[in-house]
Design a protein around this ligand. Sequence first.
Ligand code: NDP
Length: 349
Amino acid sequence: MATNDVKPLVLVTGATGYIAGHCIRELLEHGYRVRGTVRSLRDPAKTEHLRRIASELGGSVELVEADLSSDRGWAEAVAGCTYVQHVASPFPPEVPKDENELIGPAVGGATRVLQACAATGTVKRVVMTSSVAAVVYGHPKGENVVHTEADWSVPEKCDPYPKSKTLAERAAWDLVAKLPPERRFELAVINPGFVIGPLLNADQGTSGELIRKLMMRDMPACPEIGFASVDVRDVALAHRLAMEHPEAAGNRYICAGDHIWVQDIAKVLAAEFNPRGYRVPTGKLPYAAMWVIAWFDKAVNLALTFVGRKEIVSSAKAQRELGWRMRPVRDSIIATAQTMIDQGIVPAR
Ligand code: NDP
């Protein structure tokens, strides 16, 4: 590309979010022009980190208002964009009373974003953030079965969050399949595991809560739950690769490493931070104790469903087709906690 060529404009939805912030950084680092949607521009503190990153990288981020629950703003948001990374979706730390609080914005929002892309005529490809939650739940495959992109969670057997992700991803594929030729654009989907890694601002998001609880010793011991985790920087990389690689069109990509138990995450944290004055617990929390704590702590209540479960997923397709690579999980765990200390979420010792 000649030096005076203008790089394409990319829209990132939910720019205030944990993953979206890293997607924006990844795009700016590679010279793209970036526009982000936020629900409201009224609180500049929620996007200050984006302006700082853009200025460090010599780029800029244009921010516009759009809510997944409303049609307003989406046509303007996608106007002139070549690519869209649709990252926004409700990801609350606890189960809502009404599942439609999640499903409505997840499905309706994906539909609004994709319809706006079809109408504008400039968008070539959308990369949507789904989840392994749209892959692994509700089908009895038994222990030690490796889940791939061919698997889909069964919505009727899912809790509200996995249900919202499964239905939103299904809706996206269905909508794109039915587009008339003159409105067609490509879709690729990223299905990340449990996302950890550095925080860009003091709003740690839902996935940071576990590591914060361990660092603060808010939990006396480690519940027997675990995840296939992935670093947020590697998730952002996957979004860019799925946007750029021609063969990614029409594909979903699982991005997650080996299953890791909370107790093993705690052991990494304890080895690094306990010599610095923290008291990260490394013992195992008996199920009965977890059940009692769940009465008072809604996040622990949510985790009860996952006790003893080991979901194994394969990222081989992303590695093979996109050349995607993951950094070691130890680096991600330590970086999460260290940035929590740097951001003042966890007190410095
Ligand atoms: P965050 O909570 O940090 O970000 C969610 C973003 O979605 C925020 O920007 C939020 O905006 C926006 N959002 C929520 N509801 C609406 C709405 N009604 N209208 C417009 N924007 C809305 O979560 P993550 O960054 O962790 O998650 C981002 C995506 O990645 C989600 O789709 C999530 O399902 C998916 N994911 C996350 C994983 C994880 O472990 N973190 C794992 C797998 C998938 P606001 O700031 O205004 O609330």
